[in-house]
Design a protein around this ligand. Structure first.
Ligand SMILES: [Zn+2]
Length: 547
C-alpha cells in the first residue's frame, strides 16, 4: 500500500563525492562498496551494542571500582569464631572510633577524616568496657594498617569525653561523611556503624522477649540468656536496574527527592522473589514498563550498609514501540507509587550532562538547586551512577569506533537526528544551551528518508535559527551526502517554528508552530517532532500553537 509522498527529493548519483570531506571518506568508502547492506548492518549492530550484548556484556563492562567504596573485603579481615574483645582491646595498636547510639552519626577528625583513638585512651577517659557489646563492638582487623584491631564505641552526642578522646572534629551523618572518607575508612566505618545500628535494635530476645540478649562472636551475633535463641545482623537485598530501550535509559525521581534529581529504579526484594523478578515488578509498579525477567542480567553489586542494604545492580533491555518510522521507548506512567516522575533519557543528553564540568552533585547533600532542564544523579560512589555512566561511555565510544560521521551515527538507530545542529552548529555546546538563551525562535525542518531496498525510513529533524528554506536545503544536501550508495530519498514531512516559553511556575515549555505538515496513517508529524526534540530536551513540555 503506497503512501502519499509529496515533495520527494531524489538524491543524486553516488559519484558526486566531495574528495576533501575528510570525515566522510571512511563512511563513503564503506557505503559505496556495500551500499544499503552496510547501512543495514550498521543499524542492526547498534541494536546489539556491545554493552547490552549477552556475549560481551560482562567482559567489556569495566569493573565498577567506585562501587566498591563500602566493600570491607580488601580492608578488613573478618573475625572468625568467638573473639575475646576485651583482650583484643588491650593490644597496643588497638584503636576505636565513635558512633551515635543508633549508628547514624560518626565522630570525625577536624580534617573531615575518621577520628580514631587508641582503645586504651577511650577506656580510661570514657570508661568504655570493650567486653560489653552495648558499649563497644569489634569491627575487625584493619589489614591496610598493620592489622590493628578496630572497635566502634557508642557515645552520646554532647558527652565532654568525646572531645578529650577524639578531638574537636564533631559528629557527622555517617552516609554523608563516608562519601569523602578514604576507601579503607569508608568500609570500616560503614561496617561499624551498621553493626551499631543493628545492635541498637536488639533490646529484647525476639523469641521469648527477655531483655538484653548478650552480644557474642565479637558483635556478629546476639544470644538470649534465657532461651538460647541467636540472631544475626540481617541484610536487605535491593535490586537496582539499568533499564534501557535503544539509546534511552529509564530514570525515576522519588517523591522525597529534590527536583531534577534522578536515579535508576530500585526496590527491595520481597519474600519468595528472585532479584530478576524484583526488577520486573518494580519497573511495572513504578513506571508501568514491562520488563521480561528472563532478560534481566546481573552487572555488579555494592554494599550499602546505611544501615543494612546490599544494592544488586542489573541491566535489562525493553523492546521499543513504533511511532511511524521511529522506534521509541514505551511511555512510562507513574501512578500511586514511590516515584514522582519516571522518564527516558537519551544517551546524548546524559553524555553532555555527565561531563565533569557540567555535572551537578547529589542535591540531597549539597542543597544546590538544579536549574530547569538539567539533571543530577547520585554521587560518584553510588552504584546507580556507575551503571549509568558505564552505559553512556560504552554507547558513545561504540558509536565513535563504528561511525566516522555524526549523521551516520544517528542513521543507524532508525531515526537520525542532527543534535549538533540544535546547538547552532557548535559541537562543543550541548543541545539545551540554545534554549537557555533563546530570544528568537528556531526554524525546523523534518524529513523522512527512504533508503532504497529497505523498508524502514529514518527521520531527520534540524532546528536552527534563520531561513527555513536554507535549513531545508542543508538537510536535503546532508541526506544526499550520507545516503550516497544507499540511494536515499528525502521527503519533507514538516516545517515549523519552535520557541522556548517560561511558565509562571519556573518550568519551561517549547511552543511549536507548524508551518507545513504532511501526516498520514503511519506518520503523525506532530508526535514525531515532539518525540525527536525530547531526545535533547527531556524536561520540556511541548505545546502546539496556531499564532
Ligand atoms: Zn529468648
Amino acid at each position: 500500500m503506497a503512501r502519499t509522498r509529496p515533495r520527494a527529493v531524489v538524491a543524486r548519483s553516488s559519484r558526486q563525492i566531495d574528495p576533501h570531506a575528510r570525515d566522510d571518506r571512511a563512511f563513503t568508502r564503506r557505503t559505496r562498496d556495500r551500499g544499503v547492506m552496510e547501512l543495514c548492518a550498521v543499524r542492526w549492530s547498534v541494536a546489539r551494542c556491545a554493552w547490552t550484548s549477552r556475549a560481551r556484556g560482562r567482559r567489556s563492562c569495566q569493573h565498577p571500582r567506585a562501587a566498591l567504596r563500602y566493600d570491607a573485603h580488601p580492608y578488613l579481615s573478618a573475625p572468625s569464631g568467638d573473639v575475646d574483645a576485651r583482650a583484643l582491646a588491650t593490644e597496643k595498636s588497638a584503636v576505636c572510633f565513635a558512633c551515635s547510639g543508633d549508628g547514624g552519626r560518626v565522630v570525625c577528625a577536624r580534617d573531615g577524616g575518621v577520628a580514631y583513638a587508641s582503645s586504651e585512651t577511650a577506656a580510661a577517659a570514657l570508661g568504655v568496657d570493650f567486653g560489653d557489646g552495648d558499649a563497644a563492638l569489634y569491627v575487625g582487623r584493619d589489614a591496610s594498617r598493620g592489622n590493628r584491631a578496630v572497635f566502634v564505641v557508642r557515645v552520646r552526642e554532647g558527652d565532654d569525653g568525646i572531645r578529650t578522646v577524639f578531638g574537636e572534629g564533631g559528629m557527622r551523618d555517617v552516609k554523608t561523611a563516608s562519601a569523602t572518607f578514604e576507601l579503607a575508612d569508608a568500609a570500616i566505618v560503614a561496617r561499624g556503624a551498621a553493626l551499631v545500628a543493628w545492635r541498637s535494635k536488639q533490646k529484647f530476645c525476639r523469641r521469648c522477649g527477655t531483655p538484653g540478649p548478650k552480644v557474642v562472636a565479637g558483635g556478629r551475633k546476639v544470644t538470649c540468656g534465657a532461651c538460647g535463641a541467636s540472631e544475626y545482623p540481617e541484610l536487605m537485598p535491593c535490586a537496582l536496574a539499568l533499564i534501557t530501550c535503544g539509546n534511552y535509559v529509564l530514570l525515576g525521581r522519588n517523591k522525597r527527592w529534590p527536583k531534577n534529581f534522578y536515579s535508576l529504579l530500585a526496590g527491595f526484594v520481597e519474600r519468595s522473589e528472585s532479584l530478576e523478578a524484583c526488577v520486573a515488578r518494580e519497573a511495572l509498579e513504578e513506571a508501568n514498563i514491562v520488563v521480561d525477567p528472563a532478560s534481566v542480567e546481573y552487572v555488579a553489586c555494592q554494599p550499602w550498609p546505611f544501615p543494612n542494604q546490599l544494592m544488586v545492580g542489573f541491566k535489562a533491555a525493553v523492546p521499543p514501540e513504533r511511532l511511524g518510522p521511529l522506534k521509541m521507548p514505551p511511555v512510562p506512567q507513574t501512578k500511586d507509587g514511590e516515584l514522582a516522575d519516571a522518564r527516558w533519557f537519551h544517551v546524548d543528553y546524559l553524555a553532555s550532562r555527565l561531563s565533569p564540568e557540567r555535572a551537578f552533585s547529589d542535591p540531597r547533600s549539597t542543597d544546590v538547586d538544579i536549574p530547569f532542564g538539567e539533571i543530577a544523579l547520585p554521587g560518584e560512589h553510588a552504584l546507580a551512577r556507575v551503571l549509568v555512566k558505564n552505559w553512556v561511555d560504552e554507547k558513545v565510544s561504540y558509536r565513535r569506533r563504528r561511525c566516522d560521521d555524526r549523521l551516520v551515527t544517528t542513521v543507524v538507530e532508525g531515526s537520525f537526528f542532527t543534535e549538533c545542529t540544535l546547538s547552532s552548529g557548535d559541537d562543543d555546546q550541548a543541545d539545551a544551551f540554545v534554549f537557555d538563551n533563546l530570544t528568537e525562535s528556531l526554524q525546523f525542518v523534518m524529513v523522512e528518508v527512504l533508503l532504497a531496498q529497505e523498508g524502514q525510513a529514518p527521520v531527520v529533524i534540524r532546528a536552527a535559527p534563520g531561513d527555513v528554506s536554507k535549513i531545508r536545503e542543508d538537510v536535503i544536501a546532508e541526506v544526499e551526502r550520507v545516503g550516497q550508495g544507499a540511494r536515499a530519498v528525502a521527503y519533507v514531512r514538516a516545517t515549523g517554528r519552535i520557541k522556548c516559553k517560561r511558565e509562571m511556575d519556573g518550568t519551561q515549555g517549547i511552543q511549536v508552530k507548524m508551518l507545513s505538515e504532511v501526516s498520514d496513517d503511519g506518520f503523525d508529524a506532530r508526535a514525531i517532532v515532539v518525540a525527536m526534540l525530547q531526545k535533547a530536551l527531556p524536561f520540556y513540555n511541548f505545546k502546539f500553537v496556531d499564532g
